[in-house]
Design a protein around this ligand. Sequence first.
Ligand code: CMP
Length: 135
Amino acid sequence: MRKNRTFTMIKPDAMENGYAGLIIAHIEKAGFKLIAMKLTQLDKDSAEKFYEIHKGKVFFNDLIQYITSGPIIAAILEKENAVEDFRKLIGNTNPEEADEGTIRNMYAKSIDANAIHGSDSDENAQIEGDFHFSN
Ligand code: CMP
């Protein structure tokens, strides 16, 4: 199978709790190659653009407030079947429903502060990666 790419962000709660290194090690051990990576912090405008797809949902304002609350690590990852395999590696959006051994099961506390993001399709992986790394 052809290698493809996904996009991830280690979110403010994981950064604050000192889990970034452990999470990156877990990702590499699972066979993902780091293609691009940066420490950054989203402002309100950028966060609203990044999460445009969720605009209008009940959790949108809390999501923007949370994701802008501290630094994040944004990264592009490469592996065969990257998008699907990475979603499996991070686990359910809600950590309470995330399988044992998944990143959200180990490092996340709530559906809002859920430690890590993973793109949900090849198309969104491209859009989200471009958003953070095209300039
Ligand atoms: P993620 O999929 O990385 O990006 C959107 C985020 O919205 C999601 O992670 C959750 O952290 C957050 N969120 C909060 N409430 C919900 C919900 N009910 N359904 C989906 N995502 C939610």
